[in-house]
Design a protein. Sequence first.
Length: 358
Amino acid sequence: MNTKTVFLTLCIMGASMACSQDLDAQQDETANEKGEFNVVPYFSYNSTLGAGFGAVSLYSFHVNKEDEISPKSTVGVAGIYTTNNTLAALGFGSFYLDEDKWRVMFGAGYNEYNFQTYFDAQDYRGSFVNYDTKSFLAAILVRRKIIRKLYFGLGYIFQDSKTEFENNVQPEITTTLNTLNFELFRDVRDDVNYPRQGSLAVLQWRNTPEWLGNNETINVLFANYNQYIGVQGNRDVLAFRFHLKAGLGELNFQQQPVLGGIDLRGYSQGKYRGDGIMDIQGEYRWNFENKLRLSAVGFAGVGTLYGSDTEDFNWKAYPSVGAGIRWTALTSNHFNVGIDAGFGKDDWGIYFRFNEAF
């Protein structure tokens, strides 16, 4: 995905993947046999989008009550609006089937995204230019267990977008993309929702071929690795993440990744854009005893990018540090929501979290 649709796609696929069930506790807690519904408020703030408000409704349930292995499935809808007139409306779902041999995830929605990009050319050298993107996005991903905890995934993403730049500094960009998603997914976490031990590895290739009606062929490689270590008697969690998004060749403006978001919280201005980004980060998750179901996190990381139109941005180190609070919204599967404050290089942001960052 690209910068203009990240506001929407993080909610669609992130929320649907996050809302799942504790595999170990599921067999022991009779409360988990019932469906659970909740409405979660949304809030965020950064200097570019302004304050964001909204709500997400979630329903978690068992597709087959006799299946004691599959996590709970989840469906939901969400609506979000920010004070710079950015908005998004979406629906999403994740289904765990046949003793967790199959995982099916889908999402669809519309967003109007008012953001900015950094220009280092023409009369705007060294300054930001506003742009507006209107997008409709639909995605489906089907994973099949092929051996033990290893899954093969096949997906499809449809995206229809139009981008207009302030003062027509660049021509209007209108694209319709049909993308195939191939992945290998290895999940050895002790809990798909709130892991305290284990790891998660994802290798993904997104191919946008001309034979599917696209104007050009685009290839993007994703690689993620998460490691979880229980500490303090498994009460707290020390988590690490490596992330890579690399264009195999030059990417157009709408497909270029931007530093920030889930990876490297604290970059919200859209300044650092290129053909590829990579980063590492660590997070400590502190679960202290209290009746309010509250917890806290602290995080730090560093990233870099390449292929930026601004040569001085390439292969530099971009640090990130911050902290946040969590509230357990769905107790049956330890589904957290919360707010993080992240600080980067000359930038910062406040982020609403659907579950943990990774």
